[in-house]
Write a protein that binds this ligand. Structure first.
Ligand code: PLP
Length: 330
């Protein structure tokens, strides 16, 4: 499924920002972030309930807190708090009108050299910009599961690149790995870290299920500790499952009863084959299926007890977190 951008975006250069038409944002070819990968981003989903209606953003504040941490690392001062970014996003979604399920892409990037800054790569003395684009995007992974290739590209060590942050430059690694996997007829790549242990997929965390225990690599395995991964820990606990963070080797995946991926883009997606070998019975396993269903219920606002993770985008409804009425946009 192709992402379809909304008509309005949020655009901010240094201290000045606002919602403007998509086509009005023009970046100079000198944009530093393009040259050196000095940009930070997030991926946030908003889902409608089954059958339509206004969408709910999923764990938007957690995403913006991670965004601000990534930006701090790049010395980008966004100028807005996580709450303010959330408000801007809600307003942006309202302005774009009914788009169904959406994927929100905030991007903060180094723009141009400030007076007195010498040319070349760097992080200081460079202006910054923030753009938030919303895309219509439903589920794009096959519900029947995906086939993965263990990549010959290694996930870079945290000593080389801060892999815990979503910094664009680091994603050349994901791009190379996923491109190889697709060229070989697979859907996604699973990358090992420098120590030869399982790290993660190109843009998702990896879980294995063995004997009813849910296993996933720990944060120091050079993973991006995902917000969906964290959600799955909570959902697994509800099912009475023990979830353990421990180093995994490629054989742990090949020998697992079930393997699945978690990420904002892919949600919870079964892996049915790795390197041409079926995982378990070669179809989504029972624990994966239960987690997929629980995750669906949470993000589609079917559960009351997990509403704390959701931010509604209903036009003109009271914003309870601030106790004020948010006006319907003109
Ligand atoms: C490299 C990488 N790992 C893992 C994830 C999953 O993180 P999350 O569940 O927060 O989307 C993502 C996607 O954001 C990613 O890009």
């Amino acid at each position: 499924m192709r992402p379809l951008p909304g008509r309005w975006v949020y655009h901010r250069v240094q201290d000045e920002g606002g919602i403007v038409p998509f086509d009005e944002v023009r970046l100079p070819p000198s944009t530093q972030g393009l040259h050196y990968g000095t940009a930070a981003f997030e991926g946030i989903r908003a889902h409608t309930a089954e059958g339509g209606g206004a969408p709910h953003l999923f764990r938007v504040r957690d995403h913006y807190l991670r965004f601000l941490r990534s930006c701090r690392l790049l010395r980008i001062d966004v100028g807005l708090s996580a709450d303010e970014l959330t408000d801007v996003t809600v307003e942006l979604l309202r302005r774009n009108g009914d788009m169904g399920d959406v994927y929100v892409r905030p991007l903060a990037y180094k723009l141009g050299l400030l007076p007195g800054t010498p040319p070349g790569v760097g992080l200081s003395g460079i202006s910054a910009a923030v753009t938030i684009v919303v895309n219509r995007l439903g589920s794009y992974t096959a519900p029947g599961g995906v086939r993965c290739l263990i990549s010959s590209w290694r996930r870079p060590s945290h000593a080389a690149i801060p892999v815990q942050a979503k910094v664009t430059g680091g994603y050349v690694n994901s791009a190379l790995a996923v491109d190889d996997a697709r060229a070989a007829g697979y859907d996604d790549a699973i990358l090992l870290n420098d120590a030869g242990q399982v790290a993660e997929a190109s843009t998702a965390n990896v879980f294995a299920v063995r004997g009813g225990t849910v296993l996933t690599p720990p944060p120091d395995a050079d993973i991006l500790p995902g917000i969906t991964r964290d959600t799955v820990f909570a959902l697994a606990a509800e099912l009475g499952l023990v979830a353990v963070e421990r180093p995994l080797h490629p054989a742990d995946l090949l020998l697992a009863d079930e393997v699945f991926l978690t990420g904002t883009g892919v949600g919870v997606t079964p892996v049915i084959e790795i390197n041409g070998r079926p995982i378990g019975a070669g179809e989504p396993g029972p624990i994966t299926r239960r987690l997929v269903e629980r995750y669906r219920q949470v993000v589609r606002a079917e559960r009351e007890d997990t509403r704390r993770w959701l931010t509604p985008v209903d036009p003109g409804v009271p914003d309870r977190s601030r106790g004020e009425l948010v006006e319907r946009p003109a």
